[in-house]
Design a protein around this ligand. Sequence first.
Ligand SMILES: [Zn+2]
Length: 236
Amino acid sequence: MVDGHRDDGPCILVADFEVPKYLDRQAKKACARVEGVLRVRVKGLRINVARTREDIERMVGQRLPAPMKAVFLAGQHAILIAQPGNPAEAYVMVAHELTHLLTVEIPGIQDLSIPPWFFEGLAEYVSEQDRFSTQLGRPLLENAARHLASEGRWITFEKTKDLAWWMSGSASQDEMGLIFAQGYSWVKWLAQRHGDKVLGDIHQALTTGKGFPQAIEILTGQSVTQNIESWKIGLK
Ligand SMILES: [Zn+2]
């Protein structure tokens, strides 16, 4: 067992095999990134490292849609990642799952009407997917968002249901494409308009019990639907 036994740092790596040397540094960088955007202090995050994504599937008793190889463990202040292939992947996985974890740790999360596309879009934005797409061997999310838009397919506030639906894993491939790519594009657009600060403000508003639609309206002066319409114009 490699276990730091430290409770002062942001995160502790836990693995029963030798993990890549860069992992600790990338995990700390990812924690700092999440802390910076969401303006929260990360303490005592447990990062369990598995050898493969199949090991994760066995541990959580659930199939993971490819290329997913990390999950957050709600209620345990922990995330579970498969051994990364390179430093960029380590950074992106930790930042993405940690963003989710901090979101689901908000009290009363299920009653705050957070749409799945914001939930994923925020995690994709904070983890800087598009910055590392080449190293990750993945297409740019922004391009995928534009491609879907050119086919007339859009995220909506009403149709993509709620987090409980999303976490039950019943979204179709089509819905997943919209949720990840356009969710990312929307969050990025919002951050370009109002600065990254708005994302920390949203997190803060949710933490104080405001619903997502109310938080957006207070912080941007426009409803979610109006914000979606303005974002769409830029994407066309
Ligand atoms: Zn995610």
